[in-house]
Design a protein around this ligand. Sequence first.
Ligand SMILES: NC(=O)c1ccc[n+]([C@@H]2O[C@H](COP(=O)([O-])OP(=O)(O)OC[C@H]3O[C@@H](n4cnc5c(N)ncnc54)[C@H](O)[C@@H]3O)[C@@H](O)[C@H]2O)c1
Length: 259
Amino acid sequence: MTLRGKRALVTGAATGIGRAIAERLARAGATVTLADIEAEQVEGAAAALRARGAESRALVLDLAATDAVGPAVTAAARAMGGLEILINNAGIAMQKPVLEHEVRDFERIYRVNVLGLFAALKAAALWMIEHRVPGRIVNIASVAGLRGSTGRAAYGSSKAAVINLTQVAAQELAPHGITVNAIAPGPIETDLVRAMHTERTRAGWLREVPMGRYGEPEDVAAAAAYLVSDAAGYVTGHVLAVDGGFASAGLLIPTADLA
Ligand SMILES: NC(=O)c1ccc[n+]([C@@H]2O[C@H](COP(=O)([O-])OP(=O)(O)OC[C@H]3O[C@@H](n4cnc5c(N)ncnc54)[C@H](O)[C@@H]3O)[C@@H](O)[C@H]2O)c1
């Protein structure tokens, strides 16, 4: 698969899944702008890609500053000389019982995960339409947006919003040749998870994931690389779970105990 000649913007690309996606797209030949709120880390990540021969830039961007997101996306597209791919990956998480959630928790989570993501999607789509680009947009959701996991009132519902926004945008942008898909990762070994998953949470996931392990950021990056490739030109409005089988699972009795 080659992405030579394509220009991509990846949000939340300083670490974790976003960084792995940026690396994967760059390896396939794309020019990549890595956007993140963490200036030093994102500049380091972009420099590491350049050291490996890729064309890449850093963009310091706070998705919570929603009015600044659209202009920043347009400026990044202009700086790269075009924009064919947007990966809306940046996100923040929270784990607490619904009765302990405050309205301001929802405001904080939704501002980044939904409103900032929407602002980036809209600006990228407008650029692609204006420049007649059959673009690719991939939104990183979560299995928490597909299923009602405990402790995920604000986070899970923000990711459910991302999934529905993906489906709506896919319908409306299809006539312009732009595809919009979502990836719903299960538990992936990143800083976010290391900070949020207690030993008991970890044990719970290992019990519920049929593959019996956490995924790696590269598992998600491989799915994103497919969705932005020419091979996925007829795939839109899809939610691709990269979750070791979690979202498709029902009763999990070891087969040896079935008799
Ligand atoms: N790790 C998992 O198990 C998992 C599972 C499902 C979904 N996801 C989703 O995948 C995405 C990436 O998660 P990750 O695990 O790599 O997390 P991470 O915390 O390792 O990385 C997230 C990146 O986003 C950046 N970021 C945070 N707030 C930002 C803001 N306001 N503006 C710009 N950048 C900001 C962070 O600085 C960081 O570099 C998120 O949307 C997350 O919800 C992760």
